[in-house]
Design a protein around this ligand. Structure first.
Ligand SMILES: [Cu+2]
Length: 296
């Protein structure tokens, strides 16, 4: 008894879906996940990887099958079958990609939202303002207009739970380096040092052209734009050193525009700040104060 081809197609389809899920669960192409939003991002990647695997194996499999099964046999000089139009088939192959694309779009939006991409950055800057007023006034808040509108921060990923205080760091990108300035302690560094398990808020601006701040292990990439502050908030979760890569072609030495983010244990970070904070100006000595001291 011949097995009906519809049954074979169904079984192959089910096997394909199972293979896709297996690959999505067991093949990991991503680097270490070292920030609190990395697992969220990885969920999305896994789903996309499952869908991609199913489509890839399905399409390549069909092409290879057709090449072999419908090849021209020896002595066959005729044309192929004059097949034209198959409405149900056309509906199916339009509907499936439409559903997949719609699902991927909505799910990606949801993940971006959960990573804080849609967070109202206004409230955020207001929250920060009382701590870093000077900085907020100069950089973070770009007034939309003189019409008394709320100061706004240009786009970026930022999500802070209410009551959470982020460590502010000013980032300056230029051809071809990143510079990190810590407003609290006035440290300037070529490497980014941050404590683990505490939110960090990068306020980024470019000096010349567009750059992009990318840390693959944090699953974060944010453009750095001249004249517009972009904000990136993240919470590192795993101590270690990870590469910072410029991800926007910015000139001839773009490929060398790299730095390092060092995630410390919190007490180790405090020690780093102590070690690197510039020394306070020496207090006025008695000798230097003496000439202007009024004579009694
Ligand atoms: Cu760059």
């Amino acid at each position: 008894m011949a097995i009906p081809s519809s049954l074979i197609t169904l079984l192959l389809g089910m096997a394909l879906v199972l293979i896709g899920f297996w690959v999505g669960q067991n093949v990991n192409l991503l680097p270490l996940d070292a920030s609190s939003n990395a697992p969220v991002y990885d969920d999305l990647f896994r789903v996309l990887f499952v869908i991609g695997t199913i489509l890839f194996i399905g399409i390549v499999g069909l092409v290879v099958f057709s090449l072999i099964r419908f090849r021209r046999r020896q002595g066959d000089d005729g044309d192929g079958l004059p097949i034209e139009g198959n409405l149900p088939l056309e509906i199916v192959w339009t509907a499936i990609p439409a559903i997949v694309v719609l699902f991927v779009g909505i799910y990606s939006y949801d993940i971006y939202e959960r990573m804080g991409g849609m967070a109202p950055l206004n409230d955020h800057s207001a929250h920060m303002a009382h701590q870093v007023q000077a900085m907020a006034a100069q950089q973070a808040s770009v007034s939309a207009s003189e019409g008394g509108e709320e100061p706004r921060v240009w786009g970026g990923i930022g999500l802070l739970d209410p009551g959470e205080v982020a460590l502010p760091v000013d980032v300056t990108a230029m051809q071809f380096a990143f510079l990190f300035h810590y407003p609290g302690s006035d440290i300037i560094s070529g490497e980014l040092h941050v404590p683990s398990d505490r939110p960090v808020e990068l306020r980024m601006e470019a000096k010349d052209v567009i750059h992009a701040f990318w840390v693959p292990q944090f699953r974060l990439k944010q453009d750095v734009i001249p004249g517009q502050t972009t904000v990136l908030t993240f919470t590192p979760t795993k101590p270690g050193s990870y590469p910072i890569v410029c991800a926007e072609l910015c000139g001839p030495y773009h490929g060398g525009m790299r730095s390092t983010v060092v995630v410390h244990e919190p007490d180790e970070f405090d020690a780093w700040v102590q070690r690197n904070a510039p020394a306070p100006p020496p207090p006025a000595t008695v000798a230097s104060a003496a000439p202007i001291a009024p004579v009694a």
